[in-house]
Design a protein around this ligand. Structure first.
Ligand code: ADP
Ligand code: 5GP
Length: 207
């Protein structure tokens, strides 16, 4: 009897303090691996310059976000830095149904909630090499005001404490190396018994 391995789609959660590099890493992973698809979150945060509705986020009003909470549309949601963010259940399920591994960029509350709900979750925490470098990267990104940067740096210290609850922790010093390491983690996880089912199929051909 032929033996086959059926992949079970994974939920790959990337988290880091703001400016840690998770969006950059996500983009590189998605470009490199066609089996990965990004779960575009819903948010009540206003778009930053250059952000595109449906690509970076689904941008909605706070009222609309609350309506979606009541309709049980979210796999998980959280309030981060004064704004609401959530992962739509239907978006994730549609990708899983097509056999794709779903990549999510979530805060730690969201990441741990996904882990609690699903055996398919793989949680990866991306750390900056230092708080000084985190500050430099936030400034160099040029997307946030000084007040917002200061708030994000204060939050970073608390958020980093959650890294030990994640399955993997990677320091994002050199971007190419970080992406290569995370690709190895994903590849190894695809071979895990947790993420594939062994199937004995059909009849042996009798010669
Ligand atoms: P996050 O999504 O975690 O908030 P970003 O991906 O936006 O972080 O990264 C913050 C900034 O740091 C961006 O300008 C990005 O280009 C830069 N960056 C990310 N990783 C590295 C790295 N390894 N070395 C240098 N700069 C980086
Ligand atoms: P930003 O406003 O910088 O895009 O994101 C702020 C934070 O919200 C980041 O830590 C990001 O990972 C998190 N985030 C983005 N989408 C979601 C989501 O759907 N759920 C949760 N829990 N966090 C999210």
């Amino acid at each position: 009897m032929p033996i086959e391995l059926e992949p079970l789609p994974m939920l790959i959660v990337l988290s880091s303090p703001s400016g840690g590099g998770k969006s950059t890493v996500c983009r590189a992973l998605l470009e490199a691996d066609p089996r990965l698809e990004y779960s575009v979150s819903v948010t009540s945060r206003p778009p930053r310059p250059g952000e595109v509705n449906g690509r970076d986020y689904w941008f909605v009003s706070e009222d609309e976000f609350c309506r979606l909470i009541e309709a049980d549309a979210f796999y998980e949601w959280a309030k981060v830095h004064d704004n609401y963010y959530g992962t739509r259940r239907d978006i994730v399920e549609e990708k899983q149904a097509r056999g794709r591994d779903v990549v999510m960029d979530l805060d730690v509350v969201g990441g741990l909630s996904i882990k609690k709900q699903s055996d398919r979750a793989v949680l990866i925490y991306v750390l900056p090499p230092s708080l000084k470098i985190l500050e430099q990267r936030l400034r160099a990104r040029g997307t946030d005001s000084e007040t917002v940067i200061q708030k994000r740096l204060r939050n970073a210290r608390q958020e980093i404490n959650f890294a030990e609850k994640y399955d993997y922790v990677v320091i994002n010093e050199n971007l190419d190396q970080t992406v290569a390491t995370i690709r190895k983690i994903i590849e190894a996880q695809r071979h895990s018994s947790r993420h594939q089912r062994v199937k004995i199929t059909g009849e042996d051909t009798i010669i």
